[in-house]
Design a protein around this ligand. Structure first.
Ligand code: HEM
Length: 213
């Protein structure tokens, strides 16, 4: 059972993830030719590589929405079958959406520098997610937990990216493609650093086992 600050943080994360994930569902109208509030730069990406871009934009929100509930220890302990089922959905969604993102990255609306940031993110996203799944199958649960935290830190980049857009607009980047040269990095690197620092802090807090003579 989560308590205090961590429970608040988890619910905040879940709320933001579900809100951004539901907003992204407007892309489900795109195959029917309806572009609701879709930036012109993003529309250009979809028109150039529709299968890759839509594989990403339609599937990634599933990972974003499912992910937070995997971190609630109450669900993990009381409903282990649900945790495993949601875990498989999360891994499949990240893998398909990650491959779509990797294929769409060279066509990113922000150009090659933005594309490089998104491609790096896609490779790390797929690698940590599949690594976490493998660790669970091998019953290496410490490694599984760590890699899933890194994976979701990157998934949550979809939220931090959208939260950062107004700041970049205030700094004079007037369109999403202009800002995305930065956003392709600033959306996820801080999240990954936070997880790494948290992992180090946890490791330092863990009591050292002294072998009794
Ligand atoms: C974590 C790895 C991710 C990578 C590598 C990635 C990559 C990309 C790329 C390259 C684009 C095209 C952007 C451009 O042309 O500037 C894009 C757009 C988009 N991505 Fe992702 N993305 C990731 C995660 C997510 C997640 C978790 C979501 C869930 C909501 C998401 C939803 C979208 C949507 C809806 C778009 C269309 C543009 C928009 O509405 O902002 N992505 N992504």
């Amino acid at each position: 059972m989560e308590r205090g600050l961590s429970r608040f943080a988890l619910w905040t994360m879940a709320f933001l993830a579900v809100a951004i994930g539901l907003h992204a569902l407007r892309f489900y109208f795109v195959p029917a030719g309806t572009f609701l509030q879709v930036d012109d730069g993003i529309r250009g990406v979809i028109e150039r590589v529709p299968v890759q871009a839509l594989a990403h934009m339609l599937i990634a929100p599933i990972a974003l929405i499912v992910g937070p509930f995997q971190f609630f220890s109450s669900i993990r302990t009381k409903r282990p079958t649900l945790h495993r089922t949601l875990g498989k959905i999360y891994v499949a969604a990240c893998t398909i959406a990650g491959l779509g993102a990797l294929a769409a990255a060279p066509f990113a609306s922000g150009g090659p520098i933005a594309g490089l940031g998104f491609a790096t993110l896609a490779v790390l996203w797929i690698a940590t997610t599949l690594g976490a799944w493998r660790a669970a199958v091998q019953r290496k649960f410490d490694l599984h937990r760590l890699l899933m935290r890194f994976s979701y830190a990157m998934t949550f980049g979809a939220v931090t990216l959208r939260l950062q857009i107004p700041f970049f607009m205030m700094m004079g980047y007037h369109t999403y493609p202009q800002a995305s040269v930065w956003l392709a990095y600033t959306s996820w690197i801080p999240n990954v650093i936070v997880v790494a620092l948290y992992a180090m802090w946890e490791a330092l807090r863990r009591p050292t086992l002294v072998a009794a003579e």
